[in-house]
Ligand binder design. Structure first.
Ligand SMILES: [Zn+2]
Length: 247
């Protein structure tokens, strides 16, 4: 293949632009914010689950408290009724009086036991409320952390995208003046060779694979006409000779 030396040198400009675009794409994919967002998102989801579980616990305990208070109220009402009967003087049989007295005594004991239950449930209720409050605060904080990381990611992306847009315009300007067959070869080699399709010959070295040519090989390259498209024997990339190549 043949191409004017100036077009071969343009290929190096195109290579520099393409490498820059590759770097930008890599930076876009590997922003530290992306890992931060992933972690913050996972934290946020886990906290949401914990808040739901804590709220369920709180509502169970609230129901338990209502039930315990109703139990106390029932016993208290029954004791009050008994006391009333006692005080009314309508119960006169000593046997009935004794039974009533006995029931009043056991209701008092029962009431005291149930009041202990109410206190115990109240303690658990307080701790369930505390847990909901604490987890809700942590959930809100995780939302802030997530949102903040997303904003930083969006800002970084906007900056990268603006540079990609500008660099892509530069690329179009350079690519459109390079002969189609040379551009096609470069594109194919770039795909095969990890993003680098054209490399400068610098002193005795291919800048693509860094191999140093033997003098005989270098002499063969020197002997090629200026418009010959030379390929590196080692990596196969287009080897571009420039004024600084030293050949
Ligand atoms: Zn090479």
């Amino acid at each position: 293949m043949n191409a004017a030396p100036a077009d071969q040198i343009r290929l190096l400009d195109l290579q520099a632009i393409d490498s820059r675009l590759d770097q930008l794409a890599h930076r876009r994919r590997t922003l530290p914010e992306l890992a931060e967002i992933e972690k913050a998102g996972a934290d946020h989801t886990a906290l949401k689950d914990l808040v739901v579980a804590a709220q369920a616990q709180l509502s169970d305990t609230t129901r338990e408290q209502t039930k315990a208070e109703q139990d106390v109220e029932q016993v208290r009402a029954r004791a009050a009724r008994n006391q009333q009967r006692m005080d009314s003087g309508t119960v006169t049989s000593p046997k009935d009086l004794e039974n009533l007295q006995h029931e009043i005594g056991s209701l008092a004991k029962r009431q005291s036991d149930l009041e202990d239950v109410v206190l115990e449930v109240m303690e658990r209720l307080e701790s369930a409320q505390g847990r909901v409050t604490e987890l809700t605060a942590r959930l809100q904080h995780s939302e802030v952390v997530l949102k903040e990381a997303e904003e930083r990611r969006n800002a970084a992306w906007a900056e990268i995208d603006a540079e990609v847009e500008k660099t892509t315009r530069d690329r179009e300007a350079v690519a459109k003046v390079i002969p189609a067959d040379l551009l096609k070869l470069y594109t194919r080699l770039r795909e095969q060779q990890g993003g680098v399709g054209a490399a400068r010959l610098q002193q005795r070295r291919c800048e693509g694979c860094r191999v140093e040519f033997a003098i005989t090989d270098l002499n063969a390259i020197k002997a090629e006409p200026a418009d010959a498209v030379v390929r590196c024997e080692n990596c196969g990339r287009i080897l571009v000779r420039t004024a600084e190549s030293g050949v």
